[in-house]
Ligand binder design. Structure first.
Ligand SMILES: Nc1nc2c(ncn2[C@@H]2O[C@H](COP(=O)(O)OP(=O)(O)OP(=O)(O)O)[C@@H](O)[C@H]2O)c(=O)[nH]1
Length: 402
């Protein structure tokens, strides 16, 4: 989409000189342009009306006395055109129709302005009438905010209809004066309108690119952030994330004097599983176990992480020993119910886990590391006791309560 020539450092935007982006982008631009234009027109309509009133009173003062009445009765119709367009612009549900009603309004205003001199015979009056043609053209090309093509179609078809009315029904037009005013100003107006639209399209395109790049960078940053906290094999939180959360929950439970539980879950005989079924099957087994363990983090603050290798760590803030034991017991049963075959396990023919549990209310005498160490000791005892079980850490009597 964006072509950057490294030698000239010029950005080439597709279709901008032809005022036509590729299809989807063009649709986006038209919506954007039309919205910008109608918002500006809501205010500009009042200035256009003000200018119109100044012009009409100015010309009224300058016009020969005998044609003043007629002249006013013809030109007065330019006012309602601006007024109706201005009022429609205030109705927000009609915003998307702005190019249509503003285009039609411009067409009518030009047709009227061009036709009127055809019904005049006084040379001074004709000259003054051409001033209002200039006024109408300046308004449509510079103040309404129409796209170049719409303004051009409205300007030229309006002029054509005005000429046909003046030539057919009136006394005809002074073509020399008409070329000096209508044709000349139309060409200048078109040029200005074209240049403004090219600038506007470039601005739109650059803003869009910028927004896209911002979104892209944001998505990338979020992805990196997630990856830095996630274990790639299982999708669970990784060790780093666990350590941060553990530290945070330790401090939180210390402040609120609530119990904090940690569980270490180790897959039994996993080396034998890998040896028997292959490493890939081993990975798939870890993924199944991770998905099952993930179900055991239900409350805010609960966390299931891959602690490393075939070991998982579960964190339960505000969870006492009783709840912890119930959870550990359910967890062992859940793993067994997965019934993942493990033919090389001497204890069972299925994959099982050993769970070490430790619970404490954080205090000054202990650290988060002590709690983890306690869970590890409990796990060790489960392994010693034959695996496929759970155990709550109990402090030896001499050491006192953990
Ligand atoms: N497939 C696979 N295997 C892994 C991964 N991480 C660690 N392991 C394997 O897990 C096994 C762990 O074996 P050990 O620590 O000896 O323990 P074990 O065989 O489970 O025996 P116990 O823990 O005493 O029941 C090793 O063979 C590691 O290679 C992994 O990401 N994928």
């Amino acid at each position: 989409m964006l072509d950057t020539d490294p030698r000239s450092r010029r950005v080439v935007v597709p279709g901008v000189r032809w005022l036509r982006f590729p299809r989807r982008l063009e649709g986006e631009y038209r919506n954007y342009q039309s919205q910008q234009a109608v918002e500006a027109f809501r205010v500009n309509a009042f200035y256009i009306l003000l200018l119109y009133m100044l012009l009409i009173t100015g010309i009224y003062a300058l016009a020969p006395e005998q044609i003043r009445g007629w002249w006013l009765s013809a030109y007065i119709w330019e006012g309602p055109i601006v007024l109706v367009a201005g009022l429609l612009a205030q109705i927000r549900v009609l915003d998307r129709y702005f190019p249509y009603y503003a285009g039609v309004g411009c067409f009518l205003a030009v047709a009227l302005a061009v036709a009127i001199p055809g019904f005049m015979s006084d040379p001074r009056a004709i000259l003054l009438a051409h001033v209002s043609i200039i006024y109408a053209l300046v308004i449509i090309y510079a103040m309404v905010g129409l796209r170049f093509t719409v303004a051009m179609i409205a300007g030229w078809t309006g002029g054509l209809v005005g000429v046909l009315i003046a030539e057919g029904l009136g006394q005809g037009l002074d073509w020399q004066v008409l070329h000096g005013t209508y044709t000349g100003i139309s060409l200048v107006g078109m040029f200005l309108c074209y240049s403004a639209e090219v600038r506007d399209r470039l601005l739109f395109f650059n803003q869009r690119q910028l927004r896209r790049q911002q979104r892209h960078s944001q998505a990338l940053a979020e992805r990196l952030h997630r990856l830095s906290r996630e274990d790639s094999l299982t999708g669970l939180a990784n060790r780093r994330f666990f350590d941060e959360a553990f530290d945070r929950e330790w401090r939180r439970c210390k402040r609120s004097q609530q119990p904090l539980t940690v569980m270490l879950v180790d897959v039994d005989r996993f080396k034998a599983y890998n040896d028997g079924y292959g490493h890939l099957q081993g990975d798939s087994c870890l993924q199944k176990l991770a998905a099952e363990l993930h179900r055991y983090s239900r409350r805010a603050g609960d966390l299931v992480a891959r602690f490393g290798g075939e070991e998982f760590a579960l964190l339960y803030p505000e969870t006492d020993e009783l709840e912890a034991q119930q959870l550990a017991s359910r967890l062992c049963r859940s793993v067994r119910s997965l019934a993942i075959p493990h033919a090389d396990s001497p204890e069972m023919n299925e994959v099982t886990v050993s769970v070490g549990v430790a619970t404490m209310i954080p205090n000054q005498r202990h650290s988060a590391g002590d709690l983890l160490e306690a869970a590890d000791q409990a796990l060790y005892l489960v392994k010693q006791g034959g695996r496929d079980n759970w155990r709550l850490y109990e402090a030896p009597p001499a050491a006192g309560q953990l």
